[in-house]
Design a protein around this ligand. Structure first.
Ligand SMILES: C[S@@+](CC[C@H](N)C(=O)[O-])C[C@H]1O[C@@H](n2cnc3c(N)ncnc32)[C@H](O)[C@@H]1O
Length: 364
């Protein structure tokens, strides 16, 4: 399901095709897979599909997606600066403080891995996994050039298939970040040659692998541990749709901590408990947009995970909802609540995102 919002669907006429999407309604959960077209009209199909999904919001959202994104600067003292989207920082911080061991299942090029290293307790370790050897080489380079040796020494790089991770290392990590490959519509809109190959079936195909990776992440986390599922997709099939599948299939036992349906459980009591719906959206309180956006980590404090500047989850309010708001506030991001996760959208967050993140806690 797309994030809750007040716009009226179907009133927007596609600016490229001139067609009104309400003439050709989609069923819930359908992103246009039933319609077909030649490769040459892939971009028109893309326009139709997303204007169906977002209604009157699409034009402004599309403009925000085509504009340059927001930049967050991250560096360890004396080391080069890494530039990433503040929404990516937000997603990684949802993992919380790491006291023992965490896994970043889909890590390259490594921006979120760098953020995770700032959340490691003094003896904690991190595994950064990436299946592609080419991208794994890039990940290693990012880690070698941006991390002090004593921090780098606590990050292991591996090259496994994330979909099988949980089978080989079940219940071994206190936290797992699974930042899955996704439709990446922002990337597509800015690369016409890739947009020309887009298909309405793409989201559904990706969602199968995304579900397999989420399931592996749920298996890999210890009882009481946390899984953060993240995408940069707009397509709800790849966002709430994947979490919904995990709840419905009930293979693992977990509680959803984010979204309007936070409190819902997957697993042996799947669907048994729902919480009241929370507000639709809220904006963080920080004024950091008017300051240079970035942070520099003194090496000592990055190692200890305790000094000012290191975003340790231990100093945050207990409730997941408050945690989400606190992280968003620090980064001046507007949070939109979906059913099971939260979204940061560039038309609401001054160019940051898109980013979807759902936080799940494994049952004890
Ligand atoms: C969205 S990107 C991750 C971005 C990264 N977390 C960051 O913040 O820099 C997804 C990554 O997953 C990798 N990937 C795709 N399929 C995979 C699989 N089956 N196992 C492990 N990694 C995979 C891709 O090569 C890609 O580098």
């Amino acid at each position: 399901m797309a994030p809750k919002r007040s716009s009226t669907r179907g009133a927007h006429r596609n600016r490229k095709t001139g067609r009104n999407p309400s003439d050709d309604k989609l069923a819930p959960g359908d992103t246009g897979a039933a319609r077909t077209g030649s490769p040459s009209d892939a971009s028109e199909l893309f326009e139709d599909t997303y204007s169906h999904l977002f209604g009157t919001r699409w034009q402004g959202l599309r403009d925000a997606l085509e504009a340059p994104g927001r930049r967050h600067l991250l560096s360890f003292e004396g080391y080069p600066t890494y530039v990433l989207d503040p929404a990516s920082v937000f997603a990684a911080r949802l993992v919380g403080a790491i006291s023992d061991h965490a896994v970043d299942l889909c890590a390259a090029p490594g921006g979120k891995t760098l953020v995770l290293t700032t959340m490691l307790a003094p003896t904690a370790t991190l595994t950064a996994n990436e299946r592609s050897s080419r991208r794994r080489a890039r990940l290693r380079h990012v880690l070698e050039t941006h991390l002090p040796p004593e921090v780098r020494a606590r990050v292991r790089v591996s090259g496994h298939d994330a979909r099988r991770w949980g089978v080989h290392r079940p219940a071994a990590s206190e936290a797992v970040l699974v930042d899955v490959p996704c439709s990446a519509e922002r990337h597509l809109l800015n690369r016409p040659s890739e947009l020309a190959r887009w298909s309405p079936r793409r989201g559904g195909r990706l969602a199968r692998d995304q579900y397999a990776m989420l399931r592996a992440a749920l298996q890999a986390a210890k009882p009481g541990g946390r899984v953060v599922y993240a995408t940069c997709a707009l397509n709800p099939t790849e966002n709430d749709g994947v979490i919904r599948r995990a709840i419905e299939r009930g293979a693992e036992r977990f509680t959803v901590l984010t979204g309007t349906r936070a409190g819902l459980s997957g697993g042996d009591d799947a669907g048994s408990k729902t919480s009241d719906s929370r507000g639709r959206s809220s904006r963080g309180h920080s004024s950091s947009r008017h300051k240079p956006e970035g942070e520099s980590f003194p090496i000592e404090s990055a190692r200890s995970g305790e000094e000012e500047g290191v975003r340790s989850g231990t100093s945050l309010p207990q409730s997941a909802a408050q945690e989400v708001e606190a992280h968003a506030g620090e980064l001046d991001l507007a949070v939109e609540h979906c059913d099971y996760g939260v979204q940061i959208m560039p038309d609401q967050s001054s160019g940051a995102g898109p980013l979807y993140a759902a936080v799940l806690r494994i049952h004890e």
